[in-house]
Design a protein around this ligand. Structure first.
Ligand SMILES: [Zn+2]
Length: 229
């Protein structure tokens, strides 16, 4: 048996935020640009469209991530202060409660009680927060950091289709954006699967399918609403 294996759960939080942001940046910006391009809008407008998509998307990702992480943190803080009240008011009951948790995890009653007493003597609230509420420092996120990471990763993703607009034009533009976007989605999917220890094929296939679908629908819509000139 391999005892040197490395646990990867601790990295999952920020990997998830970064991959989600970059995926979103690629898919939404590329879809918007190919959709508008398919409607035959003058090519010089496409860069502004893409830039607006980048700014709006990055702001919205930051706001969404900030709100979600803050409310999670608020809930955790409320839970912790409630727990502190319980401990202040009813130490003995809280010892029993903690001991019961250890019994459920496999300790014998007497030993569980001994462990509970000793842990509570050292750090009462800490032992309840960890073993009863299941809150660890790892699970606690920083809303500012989460917002910044999401905005930056969205921007990085959105830059790929946006820069393609600057380099390519004419009939090659739509296929180029589709190819650049799908390739980077697959690359991102496999890198994140590799870092997270998940299946690379599954990870890249998933983003490939959703990315293709988003761009295909956008192109179809753009074709329907053509700017007749
Ligand atoms: Zn408790």
């Amino acid at each position: 048996m391999d005892y040197n294996h490395e646990h990867k759960a601790g990295r999952i939080g920020w990997i998830r935020a970064v991959v989600l942001g970059a995926n979103d940046g690629i898919v939404s910006t590329a879809s918007l640009i190919v959709g508008i391009a398919a409607s035959q809008v003058a090519p010089e407008h496409l860069f502004i469209v893409g830039l607006a998509a980048l700014v709006a998307g990055a702001m919205s990702m930051a706001a969404g991530e900030f709100v979600s992480v803050s409310s999670q943190t608020d809930i955790e803080h409320a839970e912790i202060s409630l727990e502190q009240k319980h401990i202040d008011r009813n130490w003995v009951a809280e010892e029993k409660e903690l001991a019961n948790i250890y019994v459920e995890r496999g300790l014998e009653g007497d030993l569980a009680m001994q462990v509970a007493k000793q842990l509570m003597a050292k750090d009462a609230i800490g032992s309840h927060v960890r073993d009863e509420l299941g809150i660890t420092e790892q699970s606690q996120g920083n809303p500012f950091q989460a917002a910044l990471f999401s905005a930056l990763s969205f921007t990085a993703g959105a830059l790929l289709p946006l820069l393609t607009v600057l380099v390519v034009n004419g009939p090659l533009l739509i296929p180029s954006i589709v190819i650049v976007s799908l390739l980077s989605l697959v690359l991102l999917g496999s890198v994140s699967a590799k870092i997270g220890g998940a299946s690379i094929l599954k990870g890249s296939l998933r983003v490939l399918i959703w990315g293709s679908l988003a761009m295909a629908v956008s192109i179809a819509v753009g074709n329907i609403f053509q700017v007749s000139g």
